[in-house]
Design a protein around this ligand. Structure first.
Ligand SMILES: [Zn+2]
Length: 237
């Protein structure tokens, strides 16, 4: 079976340390995969990439096709080769993801879960985005918008990272959603499934790009790790 690589731009620690400058364009990002999630420069909206199309979900308007030149400080992408896992009914997405993780014994490795179907309700969020000098994520979170929709068809993609990768990325699950009508989406806060098909792809390799040509990154002090775990749990919970 072909091996799968998860490509990551930047790190969660960098976002926590206000390094929010876009360091890769959407076009460049998609050379590394046709499925993924991410956020725009300054946390300007959320990104979801499905079957080779990148959607940008701004905080103040509906999702659009992402500008290929849009820059991104953080993203995860991979080349999609999902395998059908099963059909789920009447289940909360968190429970579903836990069930998948348990059945594939996935706790110690990266994998992606793609959920396509009908959702009873979905709650997402997206932030306004800030300009340089960038504020903290908690400051940006104050200006984030939450969206809720009931009775909606859509797609949800999540990545699972082993616990030891907390700070490099988000340990556990990190999922984004977009509805089929491209009416709403973003970073998924909660979702209840009516009926959906679930696809899983296990990931063998993890590749991370750190932006050596970005001065702010090079000069930042990224050696203090004490508060990182709690900060990420707060921001991504
Ligand atoms: Zn997210």
């Amino acid at each position: 079976m072909a091996k799968t690589t998860l490509y990551q731009e930047g790190s969660m620690q960098m976002l926590q340390e206000k390094l929010l400058e876009g360091t890769i364009t959407v076009k460049e990002l998609m050379e590394h995969g046709n499925y993924g999630i991410g956020t725009g420069q300054g946390i300007n909206g959320e990104l979801i990439i499905l079957d080779g199309t990148a959607y940008h979900i701004p905080s103040q308007s509906k999702p659009t096709i992402a500008d290929p030149e849009m820059t991104v400080p953080f993203a995860n992408v991979h080349q999609g080769d999902f395998h059908f896992f099963g059909t789920y009914q009447d289940i909360n997405v968190s429970e579903l993801l836990r069930d998948v993780k348990q059945k594939i014994r996935g706790g110690n490795y990266f994998f992606s879960v793609l959920i396509k179907g009908h959702f009873k309700d979905v709650k997402t969020r997206s932030a306004d985005g800030a300009k340089k000098p960038y504020p903290s994520l908690s400051k940006i979170a104050e200006g984030q918008h939450e969206f809720e929709k009931e009775d909606v068809d859509g797609q949800f993609i999540a990545y699972h990272a082993p616990k030891v990768f907390q700070g490099v990325t988000v340990a556990g699950f990190h999922g984004h959603f977009i509805d089929d009508a491209h009416d709403m989406g973003g970073h998924a806060l909660s979702a209840n499934i009516d009926k959906a098909n679930v696809y899983v792809q296990k990931i063998d390799y993890f590749e991370e790009h750190l932006p050596l040509d970005n001065d702010d990154f090079v000069k930042a002090n990224l050696e203090k790790l004490d508060d990182l775990n709690s900060a990420i749990e707060k921001a991504e919970g």
